[in-house]
Design a protein around this ligand. Structure first.
Ligand code: NAD
Ligand code: UDP
Length: 343
């Protein structure tokens, strides 16, 4: 710890003494794996703004340097191209372990790699936490509940997951990652935190990642029909990314291991979502039905009572408020011109 404090001091001096000090008067050295991705890059923005030093480790499978370009000249920021399946030696106080593709299209692309990332990657990061005495937070998922038989889902529900299906590499991978996290905590006294994240959207999502919000927004902007899979009556609950980042930071800084559901309880069918996208982008946007994917969960909605009580957290951005912010970002990236009228 003394060594990190010294490094902090040196950074502080190198930066002309202008590094703002973090929480409790001391800036932290924080590792964010998967920090070049959608959620990770927003988290990095908040940590840097708070005054922490941030190291991002990412293999750029789905993440992009562009998401972090604005930090490149900051002496408190470092970006390392590295695959978490391999061990790495670093000195940090906290580890936010996000590295893992999140979109079904991406995690099914190489399912064995997805399992390796979740199992070996998580073991490596827990090993790192153990070596340096860092606090470790894992971003698990609502997918641990599978196709849930309990609605809404509370953290006490153990789930209904197919162990041999096409989504299992992700669902079972994250379940194993949670198990590893708890076993390192119980057996080796590592400080851990577990977040179960529900569907999240916002600026910087990959435009063509196949997730429903990014698909509908990109399709409506491009004047293509919005592809509704199945009958469109399946539900999801959509959380804006800034709410999630706030929840992750409260969880890390708080005193509770979790697991905690982090999601917005506002529940929408895919047809209702299509309607909100029409209202936001183009009332004439068409809908096209397509066959659904295998093992698609029928409904999903978080019970966030525990996070409200123990973290004092709940989402503040509704879908109708958050969607326009994502649309602005998609419009700029698709048309390269924020003034272009596409709707
Ligand atoms: P994302 O795909 O945008 O980001 C994942 C990042 O991890 C990318 O930058 C990618 O390049 C990196 N990565 C993947 N495999 C890696 C490896 N082996 N080594 C190093 N880096 C690797 O996804 P996201 O939406 O930002 O999700 C972040 C985390 O949150 C993931 O762990 C995901 O499972 C979890 N999560 C997200 C959602 C959501 O709706 N976005 C929902 C539930 C859980
Ligand atoms: N979906 C859809 N149209 C699309 C993409 C997805 O109707 O173009 C549906 C999908 O079948 C699922 C829901 O939207 O029921 C959410 O899918 P997504 O891939 O965004 O996330 P998931 O919650 O399944 O991980």
């Amino acid at each position: 710890r003394i060594a990190y404090e010294l490094v902090d001091e040196i950074d502080h001096i190198n930066a002309g003494g202008k590094v703002p000090l973090g929480l409790k008067g001391k800036s932290k050295r924080i590792l964010v794996t998967g920090g070049a991705g959608f959620v990770g890059s927003h988290l990095v923005d908040r940590l840097i703004a708070r005054g922490d030093s941030v190291i991002v480790v990412d293999n750029f499978f789905t993440g992009k340097k562009e998401n972090l370009l604005h930090h490149f000249k900051n002496p408190r920021f470092e970006l390392i191209r590295h695959d978490v399946v391999e061990p790495i030696l670093l000195e940090v106080d906290q580890i936010y372990h996000l590295a893992c593709p999140a979109s079904p299209v991406h995690y099914k692309y190489n399912p064995v790699k997805t399992i390796k990332t979740n199992v070996m990657g998580t073991m490596n990061m827990l090993g790192l936490a153990k070596r340096v005495g860092a606090r470790f937070l894992i971003t698990s998922t609502s997918e641990v509940y599978g196709d849930p038989l309990q609605h809404p889902q509370a953290e006490t529900y153990w789930g209904n997951v197919n162990p041999i299906g096409v989504r299992s590499c992700y669902d079972e991978g994250k379940r194993t990652a949670e198990t590893l996290t708890m076993d390192y905590h119980r057996g080796l006294n590592i400080e851990v935190r577990i977040a179960r994240i529900f569907n999240t959207y916002g600026p910087r999502m990959c435009i063509d990642d196949g997730r429903v919000v990014s698909n509908f927004v990109a399709q409506a902007l491009r004047k293509e029909p919005m592809t509704v899979y199945g009958d469109g009556k399946q539900t999801r609950s959509f959380q804006f990314v800034s709410d999630l980042v706030e929840g992750l930071m409260r969880l890390m800084e708080g005193n509770h291991v979790g697991p905690f559901n982090l999601g917005n309880p506002g529940e929408f069918t895919m047809l209702e979502l299509a309607k909100v996208v029409q209202e936001t982008i183009d009332p004439n946007a068409k809908i096209e039905f397509r066959p659904n994917t295998e093992d698609d969960p029928h409904k999903r909605k978080p019970d966030i009572t525990k996070a409200k009580q123990l973290l004092g957290w709940e989402p503040v951005v509704s879908l109708r408020q958050g969607l326009p912010m994502m649309v602005d970002d998609f419009r700029q990236r698709i048309f390269g011109d924020d003034k272009q009228d596409s709707g």
